[in-house]
Write a protein that binds this ligand. Structure first.
Ligand code: SAH
Length: 322
């Protein structure tokens, strides 16, 4: 899965109509704008440190960050002045796309390479692209699922991570070791050096079993094994496991909340209404895009927002207790 995903992203821009899938920042500019203001208010709550490392993991086309920076330059110029943009991206093709939109940013291959100091980290649809291992319950033991000769095979699990003790026959348990490592590392960094991380992705808010490996091509489901490296391959993000890893490393955790609720609390629909009024010819598209992000039957319920932060920080915007 790691090799397939890396080959997939290395040479292409997969987003949008002509591509394989679309993401929230590509659907509505209000998404990046609201997250930019989320970062600015969180920075004020941190005591407005300068410089601030404004980090994005897996920035895709750079759309989210460009929308965020434009909004904060206008609304909170002191935050824009303090923010030093760091992008964590492994794909050469996407690094080039980001460079065209985000002059002055610094690129890294790994999150650990971002220089120390107070940070605000944003990760939208980053964790779902990280590789998973799958374990299948057979009798009283776990077997690991491997790919061999174009199909899946099961073998006894060796050097397995901690797996649930009990599970129904045939249950599938997924573990993303790289994802847990990033959550642990963010948890450690934020607790020592201050700051917050906002993780937005799709996956369940509670524990559970299930095979969530999926592939997408041309906006439809594809067979993950048919053409590895030429289709988008992802898995659901296990929010409780990420939260536990960050908490163990010393950070506080807020959420996960359904993304629709989080974005509504940040005022995404009001922002979309303003954009629609000033662009009457695109008003329908602007409003339906924003609606898709918040509606439960759109992306509003499947997607979640999770915040990891320094334990001394009050509830970040959108994570206020109901
Ligand atoms: N956040 C963007 C893109 C999501 S797609 C958006 O919302 O539109 C996933 C992104 O993560 C791509 O930019 C991909 O190249 C990057 N990526 C995937 N695996 C990565 C890894 N191991 N390290 C760094 N970036 C990675």
């Amino acid at each position: 899965m790691a090799r397939a995903a890396s080959a997939y992203y290395a040479g292409r821009d997969p987003f949008g109509r002509g591509g394989d899938f679309t993401t929230a920042p590509e659907i509505s500019q209000a998404f990046g704008e609201c997250l930019g203001l989320w970062a600015a208010v969180t920075w004020q709550m941190m005591g407005a440190p300068a410089p601030l490392r404004l980090v994005e993991l897996g920035p895709g086309r750079g759309t989210l960050m460009a929308d965020a920076l434009r909004a904060v330059a206008e609304m909170v110029p002191a935050f824009r002045a303090a923010a030093e943009v760091h992008l964590v991206e492994t794909s050469p093709a996407l690094q080039a796309a980001q460079a065209a939109r985000l002059p002055g940013a610094t690129w890294h291959e790994r999150a650990e390479a971002v220089p120390p100091g107070p940070a605000i980290v944003i990760a939208n649809e980053f964790f779902d692209a990280l590789p998973i291992r799958q374990f299948v319950r057979r009798g009283e033991a776990w077997q690991e699922r491997f790919v061999a000769a174009g199909g899946f095979v099961e073998q006894p699990a060796e050097a397995a991570p901690l797996l649930p003790e009990a599970a129904p026959e045939g249950a599938v348990h997924e573990v993303s070791e790289p994802g847990l490592a990033v959550a642990r590392q963010l948890g450690e960094r934020l607790c020592r050096q201050g700051g917050a991380a906002l993780v937005i992705d799709y996956g369940p808010a509670g524990p559970g079993f299930g095979d969530s490996l999926q592939a997408m091509a041309a906006h439809g489901r594809a067979d993950p094994l048919a053409e590895p490296g030429s289709v988008d391959i992802t898995a659901h993000v296990p929010f409780p496991a990420l939260a536990a890893a960050a908490r163990q490393a010393g950070s506080a955790v807020h959420g996960p909340l359904p993304m629709g609720l989080f974005l509504q609390r940040l005022g995404l629909m009001s922002r979309a209404a303003i954009l629609a009024r000033s662009n009457p010819r695109s008003a329908g598209l602007i409003l339906s895009g924003a609606e898709r992000l918040v509606a439960p039957e759109g992306m509003g319920r499947l997607f979640k927002a999770l915040c990891l932060c320094h334990p001394g920080l009050a509830n970040p915007p959108g994570f206020e207790p109901a």
